[in-house]
Design a protein around this ligand. Structure first.
Ligand SMILES: [Fe+2]
Ligand SMILES: [Fe+2]
Length: 373
């Protein structure tokens, strides 16, 4: 039975295979919880901390981190869904205009992204949010969890629109070593901090957590995602796959906020906890990320496409990595890396009045507010 769900009458019949619910007669005597003196005392915003805080997690304001609330408001002014963007021309492009090399690039970027955004959602929702001890931080992260789910919906919408084989696309990261490498690296970072016994009052664990958050916000979102959409943008610049590319532009705007928020949290965490990220550990992180990205670029761009190749992709990764490092306040990992794709930042800062792409104009309330170095 596929009757439409009714919001005013959702008492749908239980399938007959289920046993009837037994009736139990019992005496119920409700008792009010009686608080002790300590739990009746008011708490102060000044007592809030990023992690290990003792202030009441259920009190939103007064804020200790008003910038986190601003991020939440800003994210809500950037709402969109994949259904708003037409995909009909993309179906035609995919079937009739893309070369085999271009289809290879497009499909593998999509295959990587589908898995990546689920990982991003699990990281922020399961490993990060529960460790935050100020509600204004958790509230932005709750929005972020939703946005990661929205991104997954977007890729699924693209896959359905183009009629791609879901079994094949979603399994690609498991069977292609060069895609698997990036996912495995992220999974390893995530699993280290998602253990039930992971105690942040331990300084070693605290450093591990800061490093993991750094990996996800700065590298995974700030570099891999930021730069990861560029092969599709390269198609878009030639008038191809404009619907999918526009979808990715909207995702990119969310990711820029995720990265900016994460960097702010990391900076405040390091000050609050008097913590320094170990330069050797950071070096290892950057080197692993660069190696994984190079292997990935070599696979998706084993044949260059017009205006884009693996070398450009890796050079741009290094350039973006330096920018992120400066934003966090740590040493640049790849000194001298050049901005070989200057148009990438324009894609990130898409504004209504700068609609290069001839697709439908989508209203944004705050396009200018999302400008990002
Ligand atoms: Fe995402
Ligand atoms: Fe994200």
């Amino acid at each position: 039975m596929n009757a439409a769900f009714r919001f005013d009458d959702w008492d749908t019949p239980v399938p007959t295979a289920n046993p009837p619910i037994p009736t139990v007669n019992r005496k119920f005597s409700p008792k009010m919880e009686t608080p002790d003196a300590a739990s009746l005392a008011p708490t102060n915003a000044a007592d809030k901390r990023i992690v290990n805080g003792k202030a009441d997690i259920n009190q939103l304001a007064p804020f200790k981190y008003p910038w986190a609330w601003e991020f939440f408001l800003k994210a809500n002014r950037n709402h969109w869904t994949p259904l708003e963007i037409g995909m009909a021309q993309d179906v035609h492009d995919y079937q009739h205009k893309l070369s085999a090399a271009e289809r290879h690039v497009f499909e593998n970027v999509l295959a990587y992204l589908t898995t990546s955004d689920i990982l991003a959602m699990r990281n922020i929702g399961l490993a990060v949010m529960e460790k935050m001890s100020a509600p204004e931080l958790q509230i932005y992260q709750a929005r972020q969890v939703y946005e990661e789910a929205l991104h997954t919906w977007t890729y699924q919408h693209c896959i359905e629109s183009l009629g791609l084989d879901q079994q094949e696309i979603y399994n690609r990261y498991r069977v292609v070593p060069e895609i698997h490498g990036k996912i495995a690296l992220a999974n390893r970072r995530l699993e280290r901090v998602m253990r039930a016994d992971f105690d942040l009052t331990d300084r070693t664990n605290l450093h591990e957590f800061a490093l993991s958050y750094f990996f996800f916000a700065v590298i995974f979102e700030g570099c891999w995602f930021y730069n990861g959409f560029t092969p599709v943008f390269a198609l878009q610049r030639r008038g191809l796959m404009k619907g999918a590319a526009e979808q990715l532009q909207y995702i990119m705007r969310d990711e820029v906020l995720h990265c900016a928020f994460g960097i702010r949290v990391i900076r405040e965490l390091l000050i609050e906890e008097n913590l320094t990220l170990d330069p050797d550990a950071l070096r290892e992180l950057w080197d692993e990320a660069e190696a994984a990205e190079s292997a990935y670029a070599g696979y998706i761009l084993r044949e260059p496409i017009l205006g884009y190749n693996a070398e450009l992709h890796v050079q741009q990764f290094r350039f973006i990595a330096n920018r992120r490092a400066r934003q966090v306040g740590v040493a640049e990992p790849f000194p001298g890396a050049e901005n070989v794709l200057p148009w990438l930042d324009e894609q990130a800062n898409l504004r209504k009045e700068k609609n290069f792409f001839e697709t439908r104009v989508t209203e944004y309330q705050t396009g200018g507010a999302l400008a990002w170095d």
